[in-house]
Design a protein around this ligand. Structure first.
Ligand code: AMP
Length: 207
């Protein structure tokens, strides 16, 4: 299965993609994670991406599309993949069509007010990739899964969150209509409990 998870920042794409990719035994490809790794390692891609990510803007398509095309050409994608955070605009969607044929696109919908609360209280573990919310943590500094140090993402601050949401509404949300027109869009309610969202996704993909 060649899958895309669409949805605003904070919808739970990464959390759901981690579970669903394991269930379906396909690689989880998060462009945000790829950029953050590139920035940590100081690669040319990371250096190009940093200013855009810090501002909550999209990294230019020339950089992003090439990075994804190279990743999808790797052997582990031969039997399918789950893209999380790509495509984020129409040009990226069209470029993806030139590279690969999608089976389904899952749109995880959540209202803006809930997204802001989720993103501003989000903590992540750079060691195991876990994502948590401060309201559910006994200790805000320690990963309950691996004991790693939890951090707040640099772009989870109020100004950058506002930019990311406005970029999403202007550039990414039109993709739901685009994929609906192609008959491959599945919509799920991302405001539900995590496990319920997962089963909605797996049921929609089994249809
Ligand atoms: P995410 O982890 O998906 O929220 O992505 C974090 C940031 O990485 C975004 O706010 C963008 O700056 C950048 N980014 C991730 N995916 C893309 C993409 N497909 N196109 C452009 N920029 C992206």
């Amino acid at each position: 299965m060649n899958l895309v998870f669409l949805g605003p920042p904070g919808a739970g794409k990464g959390t759901q993609a981690a579970v669903v990719s394991q269930t379906l035994k396909i690689p989880h490809i998060s462009t945000g994670d790829m950029f953050r790794k590139a920035m940590r390692e100081g690669t040319p891609t990371g250096l190009k991406a940093k200013a855009y990510i810090d501002n909550g803007q999209l990294v230019p398509d020339s950089v992003t599309i090439e990075m994804v095309a190279e990743r999808l050409a790797e052997a582990d994608c031969a039997n399918g993949y789950l893209l999380d955070g790509f495509p984020r605009n129409l040009d990226q969607a069209k470029a993806l069509e030139g590279i690969s044929k999608l089976t389904a696109v899952v749109d995880i919908a959540v209202a803006d007010e809930k997204l802001i609360a989720r993103l501003s209280g989000r903590r992540v573990c750079p060691k195991c990739g876990g994502t948590y919310h401060i309201t559910k943590l006994a200790d805000e500094k320690v990963c309950p899964d691996c004991g790693g140090e939890l951090i707040q993402r640099d772009d989870d601050n109020p100004a950058t969150i506002a930019n990311r949401l406005s970029v999403y509404h202007a550039q990414t949300s039109p993709l739901t209509e685009y994929y609906a027109g192609k008959g491959i869009l599945k919509q799920v309610d991302g405001a539900l409990q995590m496990e319920e969202v997962t089963s909605q996704i797996l049921n929609a993909l089994a249809e």
